[in-house]
Design a protein around this ligand. Sequence first.
Ligand code: OOG
Ligand code: NI
Length: 463
Amino acid sequence: MTARVSASDIRASFSSAMSLMYREEVPAYGTLMELVARVNDETLTEQPALKERLQATDNLDRISEERHGAIRVGTAQELATMRRTFAVMGMYPVGYYDLSTAGVPVHSTAFRPLDEEALKHNSFRVFTSLLRLDLIANESLRDEAHAVLAKRQIFTAGALALTEKAEREGGLGREDAARFVAEVLETFRWHDKANVGLSMYHRLHDAHRLVADVVSFKGPHINHLTPRTLDIDKVQALMPDYGIATKAVVEGPPIRNCPILLRQTSFKALEEPVSFQDGKGGWQAGTHTARFGEIEQRGVALTPKGRALYDKLLDDTRKIVRPAADGSNAAAYEAALAEVFKGFPDDWHSIRAEGLGYFSYSLSEKGLKGIPAVSDMDRLIAEGYICFDPIVYEDFLPVSAAGIFQSNLGDCAQQEFVASPNQKRFEADLGAEVLNEFDHYAGIEKASVEACLNALKARPAAE
Ligand code: OOG
Ligand code: NI
């Protein structure tokens, strides 16, 4: 029997194959990657303390390799098969995102590695949305869309066979893993020949641009890839020098000393030529706008209390200034955001003391030499025996996701849907439950506390 390739190794090679493909498909993404690498290098040189912390938490190596992507699928069957495919790469569904509240007829989850080891190895995540035709009012259009989707097969026969093999045998050998990566990549590829005619495309588009994006094509093309930067404002400021037109505002929280959740910005989706079926066996020229590039900077994962405060402050900001799609009030929005977010503590000690964020605890150098026999964490921290590092937020923001959808799909008036979260339905379609992200971060924090307390028991007391 040949040796198995680890799920993390398969994920890492898939992530880099995807990045390579997207660079070819969307050259501006390659430019963005170069810019991000440059800014990350400069940031580490300028901030030796940050470099040291990242090294200590063993997170430095992953930064330049790190990215997320997003796809939108059309049917329950596609979603469930996607889940099985991602599982071969050690990626599991975390979180439920209801985008109907933001006027987007999809609901979503993020497939990603779960444990620290896997995240460190390669943290590739894919935000995966399922189209909700039930939110489309026009019944005959809904039926037509169903019929088109029912006929397509987004996975190659090879990808399906290898997924089954991996499930059956508990993994893949070297050759199979390489074939698996190549076969699965096909599902994410751009197709410039549509599944529908131009008039159907327009009708789908009128229902919602996302409906057209999902239904009109042979597969769920990767619609963006997002590298992680250590200084998003610097990348944003430099983007025009590199010939990339950015959005006016960085989404998410404002600039802070202690970054929380994540901040994102992107360049607008490209208008690309597409051939539509002309109904006579030939093709008719048209265009479609879907694919873009994005960058993000990640901060600490927030507890439910921290998240509620974040949501409230964001809400309060938007009551003062609502960012316009054309960027005309960007400065006013940023000013309001900065002002309102003064309500969120901006030093790690307060964020921890007030229970707003999740932290990972470890023995400091002093602690490693011996610590007093007390289990009062606050005291051990205050006296410098135990240190704490923010646990990086590995997920997505519902509001931010909606922002990305809206801003990248054009500047048309936002459509309104009645908010209708349906996690049960999503999970039934997925064929599994999604993991609750808060429970997950809380578990990581708890394990680190226990490790400290165990070390304490095993150590001779210094007092
Ligand atoms: C997904 C948008 C969500 C993010 O970074 O918030 C996302 C999509 O446009 O399909 O990737
Ligand atoms: Ni994204």
